[in-house]
Design a protein around this ligand. Structure first.
Ligand SMILES: Nc1nc2c(ncn2[C@@H]2O[C@H](COP(=O)(O)OP(=O)(O)O)[C@@H](O)[C@H]2O)c(=O)[nH]1
Ligand SMILES: [Mg+2]
Length: 229
């Protein structure tokens, strides 16, 4: 049976898809550039927090904000497909926050940050956290104009995840390993997890924390305050 026609059609479709993807990413990069210039002008230290759902991004933010209160202005942009649950948790701590709902979208894009900025109007010198949509894949492809990319992995996810989802770890500057209080109850080995993180990206700076219990949080906050200038 001759199915060359089908094969050719598939090739054309794939090249079209690649062209559209490149166009989307290029437009996103232009918007990210605008955000980056805005952050530089206002001396805003912007961090993009990325992880699987449930690794503890919002808990880490809550505990970070409690420790930074009175020491630096803080702002938060929350990304989720639905609900304002996380923004409500952050608003309870009395810091400027804006929730972006992406609907079916699996990541935040730079123009969403642009709109959020005009809502929260962060003051000069703010440490601005972006909590990306919970997803260990797509957010890594979209520059938001941030200064630092932070991947959070909790020990409950297993020590092999950096090897399975390397792109996120390759694209990040910082890796926060969370929920270390649970290690005694799991088969996850901290040494193996850290080894795998560094195997994928040996330049990653690692923080080991339990956001829930406060372990390692002082070191993380010290780094934030030192890095913001
Ligand atoms: N044991 C433990 N649980 C945690 C820790 N951090 C977060 N959690 C729990 O993990 C769940 C998901 O946390 P959340 O902050 O909503 O994760 P997010 O989806 O990444 O924002 C919640 O039940 C938290 O209480 C931690 O350090 N240790
Ligand atoms: Mg969250």
């Amino acid at each position: 049976m001759d199915n060359h026609g089908d094969t050719d059609k598939r090739v054309i479709d794939e090249s079209l898809i690649i062209a559209v993807e490149q166009d989307i990413l290029q437009r996103n990069n232009e918007e990210a550039g605008r955000n980056r210039r805005y952050f530089e002008e206002k001396n805003i230290f912007c961090l993009n927090l990325m992880s699987s759902p449930g690794s503890g991004k919002t808990t880490l933010l809550e505990e970070t904000i409690r420790r930074l209160k009175g020491r630096a202005p803080v702002g938060v942009i929350e990304g989720d497909q639905q609900t304002s649950n996380d923004a409500d948790r952050i608003a309870a701590l009395d810091v400027p926050v804006y929730q972006v709902n992406t609907g079916q979208g699996c990541h935040l894009e730079a123009d969403m940050i642009n709109s959020a900025l005009s809502e929260i109007k962060p003051e000069d010198g703010t440490i601005l956290f972006i909590e990306n949509v919970g997803n260990l894949v797509c957010p890594a492809m979209y520059d938001l104009g941030e200064k630092q990319r932070v991947v959070i992995i909790s020990v409950t996810e297993g020590d092999d995840k950096p090897l399975k989802y390397p792109y996120m770890f390759q694209e990040s500057d910082i890796c926060v390993i969370n929920k270390i209080d649970l290690v005694p109850y799991l088969s996850t080995k901290m040494e193996v997890l850290k080894e795998n993180v560094l195997k994928v990206n040996r330049n990653l700076r690692i923080f080991e924390v339990s956001a829930a219990q406060g372990t390692g949080m002082d070191e993380w906050c010290r780094w934030l305050l030192e890095s913001r200038t």
